[in-house]
Structure formats: structure tokens, C-alpha cells
Design a protein. Structure first.
Length: 785
């Protein structure tokens, strides 16, 4: 069970955490003073350690695997290989979505078992597991395994994988095209393009990245032979989804035979939402040796073994009329799925294509997305999960159109923005916006960024020998989706005999501040003070159902469920309070944590009512809700970024970053700022420095450590100025839209537009992320020549 900070004394918190207040995160003191409890902090009696033998080749046939010497090594308890796996009745990891091939048939789903058996299909694929008494013994035994692989040609990028003579990653899919998803109205779009006064086209490469959370992935497996049940400790965003998938698909057992305990999690970003091989392997290993088995990845192993993200090539065309109004948008995109399909690997590629419409009125859409197999790690969700890619495409092509037509990029956006009085608005591409004031939000950002004075700042930069660029991007994202079928979430509220409350949530905190935000909701719904409620999550034996934390959904879905449970508590408490106050239930009202006789000052507190209820019912006051909001929500915001570039070295500086966001009602401005800052930093990272690279000939991973894979540092970021212009939604009970991914969705495009604006002044006409000094320098030199 995750140890709630409610179990610790709060020396420095206000008596009430009220809705809308900038309350500092209550969990921070515990985490910053070493009282957090992560998987690597858990030590169980007799616990063994596992290490993975991973493929050194991107593609090859397993010719020989001899583990006999490893089995005789000191401390080794077991070595598991593919030959052991085929003797078991285990299944495969599966994607939760299915799509169609171009011919309309179901897409091919590769067999994604726990170990490679006959072939390896990416560098880092697991071939064997060594289990020993300690990590040093396991590492030593790995060196004793004799492995022979016959290398075969590999394809690691989209261009290679879709070439006419490309090697098939899977014989069942000789073209390497897994699916083709089509959206929009192609005929209407073609007509609009035929009538257009201007057609602007460009191809954008969106790089592959690694999530790189601070806490690497890890897991502990336990098997109980008496009833053939399992327990898995793992840092996860979606404990219940992972439990259901591992139990039903991998192990072939009932979900209630697998308990998942997800303690504190040091960052997830989408990576820790999926089922990955190591989770099943530690359970299998624990069953084989009769002891708990732990695996903890080091950073280099994370680059090899973690699922990656993004990685697509998008050709975008925008048709405009003589007044620069958007007539149609056409997209032809290919996305790199990797060798296998992640749990969410299909849904992440197509589920947020509606974001291509942005805040604009676009007459028609013609969208085609193809998924491509390659000899690389599977692609998983990463903060934004398809939203940043969609926003990147529309916002980059709008800037390109502004340059080519010769119109101010702000004016072009203004001419095409959806007016507030047009809401609700059907975009024509899956989404229906319920509310929003896009133009006003943009104007607030422009004012904050001192947009009118940008020319003088460019002149000052030029005097220092630097190029100056300013980029704008307006992002609209779907949160708590999908459209018209928002996901459910659970909340259970219990009061004990002392009147203390406990809230059990199906969501999971991994840096968002849930233990603070949900206490603020508790104050709003029930008048409870911070010390009067504990927050628990992450244990499937305790939280009966749940979906998890991803997609900016926790407070919209979990909060909706919490409010329903709170309302049920109030109704149940009203009956108890009527007896305590000797009044009719109809005369009892609830306000600010107290039940009162209407029109009097006679009252009794909710904790007192709960304690009284426990006298006659051992369960006391409790309520459970598994519900969803009315519909998804559409957080939106305008990002404005300024950069300066040294023309002689290619070095780049972010000099200003402004965000004006509409996230609906704000529970906690401090938590909101933290979410936006973190999201912007990750977008900046991908735009400026982060990229996973493979050698084009050997398929070897080039960026296998933090020496090669660069992450943004504090010095790379300016002060991020976050303002809000919030239009509460009616799709959630209290007007919240969501904010967890907003920073990343807008920043990737805003930073890239700023870089392109600066480079355009040096004659550069096309540039793809990341804007490393070397790439920037080469682009400037090539334009000079």
C-alpha cells in the first residue's frame, strides 16, 4: 500500500486546504526528507535479484544459447530462457486497441511474449533472465552465458522500413505497414485544394525520444504456491489495467489472483502505463525459485529496454483562399511503432489526431496515418500522447503559410480562429469543443510577451551577433477522452469510528500532487481539513477498481467520482445527523463540514456524525463511485517563445517563455504552475536536444546513455511565465479541464517555430528538431553556401 502522507504529522500546513488556494504540496516534505517508499526501497526476506540478457543486435536469428556455466556460477538460483518459456502456458502482451490495414482487414498483432525465442527484433530485446542472490552475482553470471546470433539486415527508421526493398520485420506483414487510419472527408478536401488561392506544403520529422523518468523502471515479483496467487510491486500509472492484462493475457489467471502494489513513483510520463516484459518475468522467476525476485534497471538498461515515444514523419498541406482563410488541411503521416506493439501503442498514434484542427475553423480535412514496424523498441505514450505531434503539425504549417504568403503569423491565426460565440463547435475532425475563448487567450499572451516590441529585441540581438526568433503556438487538446466516451474512474470514501476519513482512488500520484489537490477537493465537497482525511491509491487489493493517471484525467475523472461519493456521504450522514439533532431529515442541511438545522445555529460536524454512525454500523459512513464526467474536456493555451542564436557557433538560448492557458477552474495555482513548467521543459527538451538515434546500417542504439542522450538542464530554461484565462467547462461537475500535458502539447511547436523564425533570417528554409548547436551551425553554413 502506498504510504499516504496523511500518516505523517503535517507540521507546516494550513488547517484548511481550500479549493483555489496556492497550497504547497503536502507530500513534498515526506519525499524530500527521504521518507518516500519506491520499489528500490523495498526489501523482502529472501529476496533474489534478476538481471536481463539483452540482444546486442537489432535483428538476428538465435543460433546458440548456452547457460550451463551461468547456472553453476556462485549465488545463481535460476536462468530462464526461451526454451523454458515455450514449456509454459503463458500468453502475450497485447495492444488494447485494434486498427485496420489499408484493405480493411484487422491489423497484424505480433506475438509479444516475455522472451525472444527464435529471433531478436531490436537491440535490447530480452533473451534470458539470470536470478541470483545479489545483483553482482547476477551480473557476473550474465558474462558466462554463451550466445550466438546470426545477424540479419535491419530497418530502424520509417524511410528504411517502407522502402520497396525493405526487409520485413514480420513475415506476416511484408510491407511493414501495420495499419492505415483515415479520417475526414477526402473528396471535400480535394475540392477545396482545387479551388485554393494558396497551397502550402511541408514535411515535418518528429524525433524519437526516451521518457527518462528520474526513477527507472523496477519490479518485485512474489508467488504464493498455496493458491497460485501473485503479488507485483512496480511503479505504475495504471495498476488495475496492468493487473488485468498481466493476469488474463500473460499468466492466464483470474485478475483477483494478482495483487499489484504501486508505491511512490518517481515520474511516469506515459512510460509506466504499459505492460512491459520485465513485469511478467519477475513473477515467473519468483514462481520458479519460490522466493521474491526484484529487478531494477540502471540508466543504460533503460535506454535499451524502455519503450520509446513519438517518431513520425508528417507531410502537411494547407489550402487557403484569397483572404488567407483555411479551406482544407491534408496530412499524410507515418509513425514508427517499433518491432512490437505497446499496450497503448496503437491508440496513442491515432487517438488524438483531432488536435490537428487546433483553434481554427478549417473547411475540410483529409488525414491518413500509417503505422510502421521497424527493428526498434516499441513506442509507448509519452507526455501528450499524440497531442504534441498534432499541434506541431498544424502550428508549424500555419507559420510556414504566414511566411510564404507574407502575412503576420498572429494575424493569420486571428483570421481563422474559432470565435467564442461559435461554441460548441464541431471541428470536422472528431472533436467537438464545448467552450473556450481562444482569441482572448492569445491576446493575453501577446500582451504579456510584449509582442509589439519584438522587432527592437531582434535589432538588439543582431547588434550582439545573434539571430532573434519568436515563435507562437496555440494548442487545443482533448483531456479525459475519448470524445463522447470519457473514461471512468473510482473513488471510495470511508470514515472510521474516530471520524477520520480515508479516500481510496483509482488514480495514482507520480508527481502531480494528488495528495494535496484531492484534500482541497475534500475541503470543498465536505469541509474536511487536511489532517482529517488520508489519501490512498496504488494497491489493487485495497482499491477495488481503477483506471489510472494519464491523459490529464485524474482530477476530471477521479474528481467526478469523488464528488459523487461525497454527495452520497452527505445524504447518508443527513439521516444520522437528524437523529443527533432531533430534527426531521428534510430540515437538515449541510454546509462547510457541518450538518445544521435549517434556519438555526444548531449543528454537528461531519466527523462527529461519522463517529456516531460507526456505533450502530461497523462499516460506518462509506460510499463508492465508479463514474465518468459528462464528456471529455478541451484545455487550451497560447505559448510564445523567444530564442537567440549565435551564428558563429550555433549555440541557442531561450530568452523568454510565456504561456496563457485555459484549464478550466484551478484547484491549486502552485500545482498548475508546476505541471506547466514540467511540461514545457519536456517540450523544450525534444525541440532542442533530445533524440534517440540508431545506426542506419547496424541498427545499434547510438544514444545509449545520458552521455549521448541529452536532457535539458535548468540553465537551458528561462523563467516560464504562466498566466491563465480560464473558461470553466460544464462537462465536469466543478469546471476543471485538466492540465498535466498542456505544457508539452504547446511547447514543442512554439520552440520550433521560434527556432525557424530565427534561422529564416539566415536564409534557412527548412529545419527539423532537435535544434542542437551542431545542427543549427550546419544549417546556417549550408544556407550561406
Amino acid at each position: 500500500m502506498t504510504k499516504s502522507d496523511g500518516e505523517f504529522a503535517h507540521e507546516n500546513i494550513a488547517a484548511e486546504c481550500r479549493f483555489g488556494q496556492p497550497v504547497r504540496r503536502l507530500e513534498d516534505e515526506r519525499l524530500l526528507t527521504g521518507r518516500g517508499r519506491y520499489v528500490s526501497d523495498i526489501h523482502l526476506p529472501g529476496m533474489a535479484q534478476a538481471r536481463m540478457l539483452r540482444s546486442p543486435y537489432a535483428a538476428g536469428r538465435l543460433r546458440r544459447l548456452d547457460v550451463s556455466n551461468a547456472l553453476m556460477a556462485p549465488g545463481v538460483l535460476s536462468v530462464l530462457t526461451g526454451s523454458d518459456l515455450i514449456k509454459e502456458d503463458f500468453g502475450n502482451i497485447r495492444p488494447l486497441a485494434r486498427l485496420k490495414r489499408a484493405d480493411g482487414s484487422d491489423n497484424f498483432v505480433p506475438p509479444y511474449g516475455m522472451l525472444a525465442i527464435d529471433e531478436v527484433r531490436h537491440v535490447g530485446e530480452i533473451i534470458a533472465v539470470v536470478v541470483a542472490e545479489n545483483v553482482l552475482q547476477a551480473d557476473a553470471a550474465l558474462e558466462l552465458i554463451e550466445l550466438e546470433i546470426e545477424p540479419i539486415p535491419s530497418v530502424t527508421d520509417i524511410v528504411q522500413a517502407t522502402a520497396s526493398d525493405a526487409l520485413a520485420v514480420w513475415p506476416e506483414e511484408p510491407t511493414n505497414i501495420c495499419f492505415v487510419e483515415r479520417l475526414g472527408d477526402a473528396a471535400r478536401s480535394d475540392l477545396s485544394f482545387a479551388q485554393a488561392a494558396h497551397i502550402v506544403e511541408e514535411t515535418f520529422v518528429i524525433s524519437r525520444v526516451a521518457a527518462s523518468p528520474m526513477e527507472t523502471r523496477s519490479a518485485i515479483g512474489i508467488h504464493e504456491p498455496v493458491d497460485n496467487s501473485y503479488t507485483l510491486y512496480a511503479g505504475l500509472q495504471t495498476p488495475h489495467i496492468v493487473r488485468n492484462e498481466i493476469a488474463s493475457q500473460l499468466l492466464g489467471i483470474a485478475p483477483d489472483k494478482l495483487r499489484i502494489i504501486s508505491p511512490d513513483v518517481g515520474g511516469g510520463f506515459g512510460l509506466k502505463a504499459s505492460v512491459q516484459r520485465e513485469l511478467g518475468l519477475v513473477l515467473w522467476a519468483a514462481r520458479c525459485i519460490g522466493q521474491p525476485v526484484r529487478w531494477v534497471a540502471d540508466r543504460s538498461e533503460s535506454f535499451l529496454g524502455d519503450h520509446h515515444a513519438r517518431d513520425n514523419i508528417s507531410h502537411v498541406a494547407l489550402a487557403l483562399d484569397t483572404d488567407a482563410k483555411f479551406l482544407a488541411l491534408r496530412l499524410r503521416a507515418k509513425t514508427n511503432l517499433g518491432a512490437y506493439i505497446d499496450t497503448f501503442g496503437l491508440s496513442v498514434t491515432v487517438g488524438n489526431l483531432g488536435g490537428l484542427s487546433g483553434p481554427y475553423m478549417i473547411g475540410a480535412f483529409d488525414v491518413e496515418m500509417a503505422g510502421v514496424f521497424s527493428h526498434t523498441q516499441p513506442v509507448a505514450p509519452y507526455r501528450g500522447a499524440g497531442r504534441p505531434e498534432a499541434t506541431y503539425c498544424i502550428e508549424r504549417i500555419v507559420d510556414t503559410a504566414a511566411r510564404k504568403i507574407g502575412i503576420n503569423p498572429v494575424e493569420l491565426r486571428r483570421r481563422n480562429m474559432i470565435p467564442a460565440d461559435a461554441m460548441p463547435f464541431e471541428t470536422g475532425l472528431t472533436f467537438r469543443y464545448d467552450c473556450g475563448e481562444f482569441e482572448k487567450n492569445m491576446d493575453l499572451a501577446l500582451e504579456r510577451a510584449n509582442w509589439q516590441d519584438r522587432t527592437s529585441r531582434a535589432t538588439q540581438a543582431a547588434a550582439r551577433g545573434r539571430l532573434h526568433g519568436v515563435g507562437i503556438a496555440y494548442a487545443v487538446e482533448c483531456a479525459s477522452g475519448p470524445q463522447d466516451a470519457p473514461g471512468k474512474e473510482s473513488a471510495e470514501l470511508r470514515f472510521d469510528a474516530s471520524g477520520q476519513a480515508t479516500l481510496l482512488l483509482g488514480t495514482h500520484n507520480h508527481g502531480q500532487g494528488h495528495e494535496t489537490a484531492f484534500r482541497q477537493l475534500a475541503n470543498s465537497f465536505l469541509g474536511l481539513k487536511a489532517q482529517q482525511i488520508n489519501i490512498r491509491f496504488g494497491d489493487t487489493a485495497d482499491v477495488r477498481e481503477g483506471v489510472g493517471t494519464f491523459g490529464s484525467r485524474s482530477l476530471t475523472t477521479g474528481g467526478t467520482a469523488f464528488q459523487q461519493a461525497a454527495d452520497e456521504i452527505v445524504e447518508a450522514g443527513r439521516l444520522v445527523a437528524s437523529d443527533m439533532l432531533e430534527a426531521a431529515p428534510a430540515d437538515i442541511e449541510f454546509s462547510k463540514g457541518n450538518f445544521l438545522i435549517r434556519g438555526t445555529d444548531y449543528k454537528v460536524s461531519l466527523p462527529a456524525v461519522a463517529a456516531k454512525a460507526a456505533e450502530s454500523d461497523k462499516n460506518g459512513l462509506r460510499a463508492y463511485a465508479m463514474t465518468a464526467p459528462k464528456n471529455c474536456t478541451f484545455p487550451n493555451g497560447c505559448h510564445i517563445c523567444e530564442v537567440e542564436i549565435d551564428q558563429e557557433t550555433g549555440e541557442l538560448w531561450l530568452t523568454s517563455y510565456i504561456v496563457s492557458d485555459d484549464v478550466g477552474r484551478v484547484i491549486n495555482p502552485l500545482l498548475l504552475d508546476g505541471q506547466i513548467h514540467g511540461g514545457v521543459a519536456q517540450g523544450v527538451g525534444q525541440a532542442l536536444c533530445e533524440v534517440v538515434k540508431f545506426d542506419s546500417e547496424s541498427g545499434q542504439l547510438i544514444t545509449g546513455s545520458l552521455m549521448d542522450y541529452s536532457l535539458p538542464r535548468a540553465k537551458d530554461l528561462p523563467m516560464i511565465d504562466v498566466k491563465t484565462h480560464n473558461v470553466p467547462t460544464k462537462n465536469t461537475p466543478f469546471g476543471i479541464k485538466g492540465a498535466g500535458e498542456a505544457g508539452t502539447v504547446g511547447s514543442l511547436a512554439a520552440v520550433s517555430n521560434a527556432v525557424m523564425d530565427a534561422l529564416h533570417k539566415a536564409g534557412v528554409s527548412q529545419f527539423d528538431m532537435p535544434a542542437t548547436p551542431a545542427k543549427v551551425w550546419r544549417a546556417i553554413r549550408q544556407s550561406d553556401s
